[in-house]
Design a protein around this ligand. Sequence first.
Ligand code: SF4
Length: 996
Amino acid sequence: MSSKQPAPGNDIPQNHPAFLPEEEREMTRRSFMKWMGAGAALVGVGLPACRRVEKYLVPYNEGPEWSVPGVETAYATCLSMGGSARPVLAACYEGRPVKLLPSLPYPDGPGLPATAQASILDLYDPGRSKHILFHGKPASGDEFRGAFSSWSRNLRDGGSIGLLLPETDSPLVHSMLEEITRKNPGVRVYHDSPVPAPGSAMQAGLPQEVRFRVRFTRAKRILALDCDFLHENPYGNTRDFIAARSPEGLHYKEENRNRTRLYAAEGRVSLTGAHADHRLPVSPARLAIFTEELFRYIAGRKFSSRFPQPAPEAPASLTERELAWLRRCGDDLYSHPGESLVLLGEDHPELSGCVWKLNRLLGAIGTCIQLLKAPASLPHGTLEDFIRDIRQKKTDIVFLLDSGNPVLDSAHGPALAEALNGTESIHLGMYEDETSRACRWHLPAAHPLEAWGVERDRRGRFCYRQPVILPLYGGISPEEVLSGLLSTKGQLITADNSPTHLSPVYHRARKCFERAVNPENKTAAWTEALQRGYSEETAYPPLSPQEESGFGAITPDVSVTDARTHADALGSGLLELQFCPDYTIGDGRWKRNAWMQECPDPVTGVSWAASAQVSPATFRRLGGTGSGPMRCTITASAGRMEVILCPIPGVAENLVVLPLGYGGMNHVAEGQWNSNGYELRTQVNQANGCGIPPDQVVLHGLPERTEAIQGPVVQLSPFTAGGSAAAALFTPPGADTVYQWKMAIDTSRCIGCNACMIACRAENNIPVVGRDQMAKGRALDWIRIDRYFTEEGALTAIPVACQQCGKAPCESVCPVNATVHTTEGLNAMVYARCWGTRYCATNCPYRARRFNFFDYAKASEEATRLQRNPNVTVRSRGVMEKCTYCVQMVERAKIRHKSRLMKEHPGQPSTTIRVTEKDLLLPDGEAQTACQLACPAAAITFGNVLDTSSAVFRAKSLPRHMNLLPSLGTEPGTGYLAPARNPNPAMEEQDREKIH
Ligand code: SF4
């Protein structure tokens, strides 16, 4: 570590590559630029040329004529999320992928989840696996090639091979698995995932070859049963839901009289539940009883003769209040036939039959829910089958292909490790982890941006994965391994060792496309498909009405006797545990991703640590004092888990919501506690069936850093509009008459998903500061999400960045004019002038300015610096920084617009082209900020308020528009639209009663 660098504490471990001398780092800038030069030289020769062939390199001073430094080239590609694909655009600068953007034409979801955007950081992660290992020691290429040939020979000779993969809909992987099992009957396929895929519980009630999608535009009443569909929406397009729910429509253009009403019954506070009009806390164990009663109630209303109404008194397991809520919700759903639907969360597959019957009763099938016809998938086994087959010697060789870390995260971890140890096992993964250590061989896996592939989205569309860079660390893709096993010579050929630097998977991907689409002009169609990123014509066809009619047939057999017994057992004083993937690091796959670690949990506000939720009453029952949070240790039969326990209004009583994903190897920061939820899940499931006595949950004093690493969790009264403006000391400069940039954030749309925070990081080169610096309140995010809980447990998320005040209090106190007003209404920073007095931050009433205490950017790993956006200054120590409304994107849009104007006058010298002010005016939506582009809920509207036809003008003209702290007279450029719920008048009185 350089002597000038700040001591990193335990934010970033002392042995972190960032603090090693240059010569000890494996990934140097020079070596990277060698690869980059190879990439940049050939980007101009057609789409497949994003595979770069180094031997034909030309010096960069003869670079491709259209590659302009600082101007991005975007490639359509895709990521696999939860087993299905998400098309994205990879923005590259001179061959360097820098950020992932939403694919704008993609019909099922503008916006991009935070995790998808953050995966760009994993590409450069110097902690990725780089070497082939044999028994934990680096093996030579010759040793590995020899071994691979013997495995292929074994296969061709009729040997038995086991292939463990994550659940996937990839048509390319399916076709290769189909070919390999057809040619070699000894091959067995197994699937495993640490947590159920979003949407899988409802899918469990349908045959394999029938899929479904939700048409949110048609649904006017939605009940979410422990279903967080707004988080990375697996069912359909979130913007359709927002459009149907917004009082003024998606673009603030028309009055929406028949708005969607959202009900939620759940134990934890999810992003969807927090957004609901009515929310009932029901613990997971009692959800079955609730669902059964709801079915009986609605069926009773529809067929009173066959389904008698439930007894008027509340059943033992539902309170009177719950029953009243259920009936009013049921009445509302029932009175909107064909416009109501019920969605079920992935943790409750046992309720899928009941939920499909409910949807049939409500007339949702064929209207709000469309059933689709999918191809049948290959027969496969589970992880238990995999272990059993190894033990019984039914497989000679096993491959674990990008299958996560089952030794850590499955209930059979120790048994799996033992089985893998005793057989020829090959692990392909991006990191060395518990599973790689249990295997004989470990191969470094390629990042999705480094390998060819074909995936399917939930609607069935083929999405094409193009590599935008050669494998940085020699990674191999699962498709390359399968292709190697299928090859006649039994050789593993990758992009790195192919003579043409083109992976054989490219040809397979192209064939897969041609088989499905069967185009006339194959080359043109393939190029077009790659440019677009997906093929609409491959979407699953809908089921015919006759085929549809069989699903969800209404019969009264919805008995949940087991669930009742379980709920009764928990009622005898046990605390119920609910395990959920963490909102920031998911099921653990993002735990090395510092952007996601530094993002606050959208509900608890905690970053860099596992955070759990309980209700305030349960918190007090456990001995918690004050408003929390507290450090908590949960012990089970043979282990313990440490988390930050946060009292959150709205969580069901006697329920502890625990995050999965932490623990094990591969943390970015040292000092994270023993927070392995998987270990506890296994033990608790085996010992107590998800219930533990309260004395096993022990609260400790406040940990020294907890307060600071938790963002604002505040209970405030609702916004109030108006307020008198105080006298300002400030005289604004002359205003531009063409552009005045403003923003409106709709708090009734914002779900608090953090996608805007990550987009801002990627676009504006915001460095990671680490856990200790976060604890000192030195977060550098230019946008933060404040959370406001009402007493009833509803949560309103409010993104707050620099408000771009018209009369900015920060500008008048800067002694060196480092923060100044532009004529276009921006409050700009001149970094070169700033000398760090921090007067501006002190005078900012919105706490929106961030001070760069250390040279965080320099302290970051060299490889991750290559992710930086060349259009944004990298700030150094001692400089104040803040949101700029992505001024670089605005200026880029202006340049694009001007060059379009020029193209309208071909051959005419620019000096002779006459343009009016109106010609220069950017069309609305042309200039977008990074946060706006990423927001899946269209909560952020940005634009030129002088353009009266713009969406931002319309949003700012609405009566529910207001400013933060209006009485200060700062005239902020960013305004907020007050939450607009759509409550059921019959339930308002009930909801006024306090939940706790
Ligand atoms: S503004 Fe949009 S992206 Fe940001 S937290 Fe809200 S919903 Fe997510």
